[in-house]
Design a protein around this ligand. Structure first.
Ligand SMILES: NC(=O)c1ccc[n+]([C@@H]2O[C@H](COP(=O)([O-])OP(=O)(O)OC[C@H]3O[C@@H](n4cnc5c(N)ncnc54)[C@H](O)[C@@H]3O)[C@@H](O)[C@H]2O)c1
Length: 143
């Protein structure tokens, strides 16, 4: 029995990166997946949570730190964060990214975000709505 049996997950940006990881992780837990790779304005978490709560629909958002997806793992980002290094690779600028987080890691993995999304979508979080949940290795609270 999966944690998302009989649930449907609608996932935007599902072709790669975090959206893809969420689709896989949620499908592993039994959800039916509707995946699209097109962006749309869906309004703020707080206003939607207020609007949809009477229908018992919960609305939450997840806020990652740097996440190792094609968005940051590409030649342009490598070059930008490791200036002067020819054919720069991830290991050439990990320290720069690590400096942004409280926990001493350069980035989280897409599945770390997927696991938070999975929990929010599951019945374990059935009374959680209107929250903005950082999964960011302490990025937001770093002083
Ligand atoms: N990777 C990170 O470090 C990071 C950190 C914080 C927030 N985010 C945000 O998380 C979201 C997902 O990022 P990711 O790391 O998976 O990126 P990604 O680039 O690996 O994947 C994003 C996916 O969304 C699709 N997409 C983006 N804009 C689109 C558009 N206008 N129309 C149609 N499809 C579109 C792309 O085709 C791609 O498949 C993005 O909004 C990003 O800004 C990413």
């Amino acid at each position: 029995m999966g944690r998302l049996d009989n649930k449907v997950a609608f996932i935007t940006g599902a072709a790669r990166g975090q959206g893809r990881a969420h689709a896989i992780r949620m499908a592993e837990e039994g959800a039916d997946i509707i995946g699209v790779d097109i962006c749309d304005q869906i309004g703020s978490v707080r206003s939607l949570a207020n609007e949809l709560a009477p229908h018992f629909i919960r609305v939450n958002s997840v806020h990652p730190s740097s996440t190792l997806t094609p968005m940051i793992d590409n030649a342009a980002i490598h070059a930008a964060f490791a200036p002067g290094v020819q054919n720069a690779k991830l290991e050439d600028f990990g320290e720069t990214f690590t400096a942004m987080n409280l926990l001493p890691i350069p980035w989280v993995q897409a599945v770390d975000i997927s696991n938070a999304v999975l929990w929010l979508a599951s019945d374990e979080a059935r009374y959680v709505t209107g929250v903005t949940l950082p999964v960011d290795a302490g990025f937001m609270v770093k002083v």
